[in-house]
Design a protein around this ligand. Sequence first.
Ligand code: HEM
Length: 527
Amino acid sequence: MTDVSSIGSGPDDDRPVLTDRQGHPVYDNQNQRTVGPRGPATLENYHYLEKISHFDRERIPERVVHARGAVAYGHFEAYGTWGDEPIARYTRAKLFSERGKRTDVAVRFSTVIGGRDSSECARDPRGFAVKFYTEDGNWDLVGNNLAVFFIRDAVKFPDVIHALKPDPVTFRQTPNRIFDFMSQTPEAMHMLVNLFSPRGIPADYRHMQGFGVNTYKWVNASGETHLVKYHWMPSAGVRSLTEADAAVIQAEELGHATRDLYEAIERGDHPRWELLVQIMSDDEHPELDFDPLDDTKAWPEELFPPKPVGRMTLDRNVGNFFAENEQIAFGTGVLVDGLDFSDDKMLVGRTFSYSDTQRYRVGPNYLQLPVNQPKNALVRTNQRDSQMTYYVDQAGENPHVNYEPSTIGGLREGQYPTHDDQGPVIEGRLTRKRIPRTDDYRQAGQRFRLMEDWERDDLVRNLVAQLAQCDRPIQERMVWHFLLVEDELGLRVGDGLGIGPGDVAHLEPLPSQDLGDEDRKRLANLG
Ligand code: HEM
C-alpha cells in the first residue's frame, strides 16, 4: 500500500492527505489539468471527472412523502408485565417479554407533505417511525403523531397526497384542491378535526405523541392472536403551536424541530416516550359502532385502556445526515415473530408501498446499508447481485451453492413453526366494497366536544381561513359535513363563511357514503 501520508503535505501538517476514490493521492485540488495555464481542459483528468460526476449524482430522489425528517438513536426497555400479568401471554415477541430487556432503536421524525427543505412549522401530520434492531431481525413501527388517518383504503393514498401536495401547474399548495378532495371524502372528517386543531402543528418532535394508527396483531406462543394499536406518549408532555406562533418561528428558521432534537441530545437532555398498546380480541366486534380495522377511528380508551409495555430513550445523533437519515428505510412489512399484520386495508396497501419505493429511491440493495441492516440478527440469504452490492451474504460452508434446496451445502429452511395456522378463519367473495360501519362523523364530533374552548376557537379559525379560499360548492359541502359532525362546528364554520344550514339543506349524501340513522336525523333538521 502506498503511504500517501507525507505526499504533498508540508512538514508541519500532519492531517491525512486527500485521495480520490481509487486511493490515489490528490496533489492539486485547485486546478484542473489544462494545456497550458489558459488552455483547454483534458478529458483524461480522472480526479476531476470522478469528483464532478460523483457530485452530479449526489441527490437521490427524496421520499415521495415524509421527505423532511430527522433521525436519532437510542434504546427501548421492556416492562415485561402488566401488574402480575406477563405480556408474553399476548405476544411471543421477545422484545416485549422480559422485564428490563433492551433493544436498540433508530427513530425518524418527519413532516409529510413538504419537500426536503420545507418548513417544520407546517400544519401537517408528523411521522414517527421507529426501527427496533431486535435479535429476531428488525421491526419497524411506522406511525404518525395523530391517532387516525384521512382515508381507510390504500387505493386512495395517491389521491389524498396529490390533493395535499402543490398544484401540478402552479406548484402552490392550494386549499381549494385540498378541500375539493376532502369534501368528497367523508371519512376524512375525524382527521381534519384533529389536523386543524392546535395538534396540527406540534411544537417540535420531542413534545409530540406517536400512533401506529393502523391495527396490527399480536401472536402468543400458542398461536392465539389479538388486535393491537400502538401509542407513544412523550415524557416531556405534548406541546403545539398556533398559526401565529408558527409564523414567528418560520420567519426565522425552517428546521427548528430538527435543530431542537439534535441539540437536546447533544446536551444530554435525552427525550423519552412510553409505548402503550390497546388490545382487543381478534374478531369483527359487531358490538362496536366502528370496525376495528378502520384507521379513521380511535378505539375508546374506556373500553380498551392503553397498557404500558416499555419505554424508549433517544441518546445519540446521526454521524451523517445523508447516510442515516436519507437512506434509512422503514416499512410496515418489517415485523418479527409474535407481531403480525391485520387485514386493515390501509396497512396491507402500505406494506407493499414502502419496500417498493425504497427499491426505487435508495436501490435494490437498500437493506445492505448499515442503518437498515438487522444489526442484532444474522442475515443469510441466497439473494445476489444488482446495483451497489456491498457484500455477499454468507450462504453457508459452500460458496458455490446460492440456491436451496441442495445436497452439497448452502442454507437450509428453518424449523417449521408449530403455530403456523393462526387467527380467525376468514371467508368471502372477491369484491370491491367499502367496509360496513363507516360511521364517519361520530368520533369526529366526540373529539370536537372533548376540546377546550380555546382549541375549538382555534379549529374554527383555521378552517374558516382555509375554506374562505375555496369555491362556494366546496365550502357548502364542508359546512354540510361539519353540521353532521357537530352542530356547533358546522354553525360556526358556516358563520365564518356566510353559509347557514338552510344554504346546504339541498345537498344529498355523497354516493360514496352510508349515513346512519343519527346522521339522517341531523340531516333532516338542517332546513
Ligand atoms: C413514508 C406510503 C399511510 C407513516 C411513506 C413513504 C411511502 C408511504 C411511499 C415513503 C417511504 C420512503 O421513501 O422510504 C404510504 C401509503 C399509505 C401510507 C401507500 C396508505 C395507504 C401512512 C400512514 C402513516 C404513515 C397511515 C402513519 C401511521 C409514514 C411515515 C413515513 C412514511 C412515518 C416516513 C418514514 C421515514 O421516516 O422514512 N409512506 N403511507 N404512512 N409513511 Fe406512509
